[in-house]
Design a protein around this ligand. Structure first.
Ligand code: ADP
Length: 478
C-alpha cells in the first residue's frame, strides 16, 4: 500500500565540521597566526632567560678566575704560597661553588671543602670533577644529575705558572626552576591559544551569521515569494549589508519582470483564445456542412482544426497556470466521494472500457474540488494512454493509507528516463520533443496536475522505470 510521499528538503543540512568553509579557514588561519606569535614570544623568552642565567654564572666563574691572582698576592704577604692558595680557595668557596688548583704535575695544591664532604663527595661528583683535564675551558657540563658551569684557567702568580685553577659552579637548582618556568610558560601559552581559538571561532561564526541568513533566504526564494524575501541585516558588517542591498534590488527587479511576464501571458492567452475559438468553430462547421470538399481540402481543414484545438487547450492551460501563480484560482473544497470521481475520470478517458482497469480498495471521502480533481485524473489517464500504447491495461487504484487517500495510476509504457524525472512537473518540459508533438502534448499538463493537487492540500509523486512503466500517486488528506 502506498504511503503519503515525503518531499525532499530544499537544502542540505549544514555539516558540523566543514574543512572548506570560510568559518573553518578564518578560524584556523587566525589560530595558527596566534600560535606562531605566542609560541614565538614564549620560545624567545625561554631562550633569553636561559641565556641570562648562564651568562650570570659564567661571568661569576670568570670574575673569580680573574681576581684569584690578586687575592693570592694579598695573602702571600702574610703566609707562604701554598697556604695563601688554600685561603683564597676557602674564601671564594660557597655551598654551590667549588675551586681546586692542580699543579702542572697533577698534584692537588688546594681544594674547596665542598669537594671533600657532603653530596658532591658521596655522589662521586667530586671524583669526576677532579679527573677533569683541560687547559682552558669555560663550559656548561651535565655530570650525573648535576648541571655545572666549569671554568678552567692557568694560574700565574708573580709571572710564574703555579698550576691550573678549576672553578665548578652548581646551577642544577637554577636549571630546574628555569625548566619549571618554561613548562609553565608553555602551559599558559597552550591555554591562552585554546581560549583564543574558542573565542575566535565564536566571533567568526557570529560575523558570518548574516551570510548564512542570506544563504537561507536565497535558497527559499521562489518566483511567487520574490517580493516577500527582502533582507534586513542592520547588525551585519558593511560589506554584507551592501550585498543584502544589491540582493534586495535584484529581487525587486526580478519580481517586476516576473509580474510583467505573468500579465503578458495572461493577456496574450486571453486575447488569442477568443479568435481561435471562433476559427475552430468555423472550421468544424465547414467540415460538418460542406459536402463538396475534396479529400485534400478536408484533410487540410482537419489538420487545421486539430492544431486550433491544441492551441486553444494550451492557451487555456496557460491561463490556468497564470491564475494559479497570481493566486486567482480558487478551489471549491467540498466533501467528495473519491470513488465517483475516479470512476467518472476512467469512464471519460476510456469510453470503451478495455484500456483502464479500476480497483477500489477503499472508498474515502475527502475535501476536494471535484472538477479540478477530475481534470487532474483525466490528464494523467490521457498521458498514460498516450505514452503507453501496448497490450497491458492501465491500472487505476483507489485506497486509503492512514490520514491519506491514495489514487494510483499505473501504466506499463516506455517510462521516463531517470535523469528527467525531477523536471517532469516543470512547465513546457517534455521528455521527448518529437514524441510529445505527435501526441499533441503541450508540456503543461503535469504542471497543472501538480498545481491542482497542491491547491487541494495534496501531494503528487512519480515512480517510473524506463521501458517498464510509470506510476503517478496522488495523496489527498482525508
Ligand atoms: P504533454 O502535454 O506533452 O503530455 P505533460 O506535462 O502532460 O505534457 O507531460 C510532460 C512529459 O512527461 C510528456 O512530454 C511525456 O514525455 C512525459 N510523460 C507524462 N506522462 C507520462 C507517462 N505516463 N509515461 C511516459 N511519459 C510520460
Amino acid at each position: 500500500m502506498a504511503s503519503a510521499p515525503a518531499f525532499p528538503p530544499n537544502s542540505s543540512p549544514r555539516r558540523f565540521w566543514d574543512a572548506n568553509s570560510l568559518q573553518t579557514r578564518l578560524t584556523v588561519g587566525v589560530v595558527l597566526a596566534a600560535l606562531l606569535g605566542l609560541g614565538g614570544v614564549t620560545g624567545w623568552m625561554a631562550w633569553r632567560m636561559r641565556q641570562i642565567l648562564l651568562e650570570s654564572h659564567t661571568e661569576k666563574a670568570e670574575t673569580i678566575a680573574q681576581r684569584f691572582e690578586e687575592d693570592v698576592s694579598l695573602y702571600q704577604e702574610m703566609m707562604p704560597t701554598p697556604e695563601a692558595l688554600q685561603q683564597v680557595v676557602d674564601y671564594r668557596t660557597t655551598p654551590d661553588t667549588a675551586l681546586w688548583i692542580q699543579s702542572p704535575d697533577d698534584q692537588l695544591l688546594a681544594a674547596s671543602e665542598t669537594l671533600s664532604i657532603g653530596s658532591w663527595q658521596t655522589s662521586g661528583l667530586s671524583a669526576e670533577l677532579l679527573d677533569l683535564n683541560a687547559d682552558n675551558l669555560l663550559a656548561i657540563r651535565s655530570i650525573q644529575d648535576w648541571t655545572l658551569v666549569i671554568c678552567v684557567s692557568p694560574l700565574i702568580i708573580d709571572g710564574q705558572m703555579v698550576g691550573t685553577l678549576f672553578i665548578a659552579d652548581d646551577i642544577t637548582a637554577n636549571q630546574a626552576s628555569f625548566q619549571r618556568m618554561t613548562l609553565s610558560l608553555v602551559a599558559v601559552t597552550a591555554v591562552v591559544v585554546t581560549l583564543l581559538a574558542i573565542a575566535i571561532a565564536y566571533y567568526v561564526q557570529r560575523s558570518l551569521r548574516p551570510l548564512r541568513q542570506l544563504n537561507r533566504l536565497a535558497s527559499t526564494v521562489t518566483a511567487e515569494t520574490l517580493c516577500a524575501h527582502q533582507l534586513q541585516l542592520e547588525a551585519a558588517p558593511t560589506e554584507v549589508q551592501e550585498l543584502a542591498a544589491s540582493y534586495n534590488l535584484m529581487l525587486e527587479r526580478l519580481s517586476r519582470a516576473w509580474a510583467q511576464q505573468k500579465s503578458f501571458v495572461n493577456n496574450f492567452s486571453h486575447e488569442l483564445r477568443t479568435p481561435l475559438t471562433l476559427v475552430q468553430g468555423y472550421l468544424q462547421s465547414t467540415l460538418r456542412r460542406c459536402h463538396t470538399l475534396t479529400d485534400p481540402q478536408r484533410e487540410g481543414l482537419e489538420i487545421a482544426t486539430t492544431e486550433a484545438e491544441r492551441t486553444i487547450r494550451m492557451l487555456q492551460e496557460l491561463l490556468n497556470l497564470a491564475r494559479i501563480d497570481s493566486g486567482q484560482m480558487t478551489f471549491n473544497l467540498q466533501p467528495t466521494q473519491l470513488k465517483e470521481v475516479v470512476m467518472g475520470a476512467a469512464d471519460q478517458a476510456d469510453p470503451g472500457g478495455d484500456r483502464i482497469r479500476v480497483e477500489i480498495c477503499s472508498a474515502p471521502t475527502v475535501n476536494c474540488d471535484r472538477s479540478r480533481l477530475h481534470e487532474a485524473l483525466s490528464e494523467l489517464l490521457d498521458n498514460a494512454i498516450k505514452y503507453a500504447q501496448g497490450e497491458r491495461p492501465i491500472q487505476m487504484r483507489l485506497d486509503q493509507s492512514g490520514e491519506w487517500a491514495i489514487i494510483e495510476i499505473q501504466d506499463h509504457g516506455r517510462g521516463i528516463p531517470w535523469h528527467q524525472q525531477a523536471d517532469i512537473f516543470e512547465p513546457f518540459y517534455r521528455v521527448d520533443e518529437d514524441r510529445a508533438r505527435t501526441t499533441g502534448g503541450t508540456g503543461l499538463g503535469l504542471t497543472l496536475v501538480r498545481a491542482f493537487v497542491e491547491g487541494m492540500r495534496g501531494q503528487i509523486a512519480l515512480r517510473s522505470i524506463p521501458e517498464q512503466g510509470t506510476t503517478f500517486t496522488i495523496s489527498l488528506p482525508v
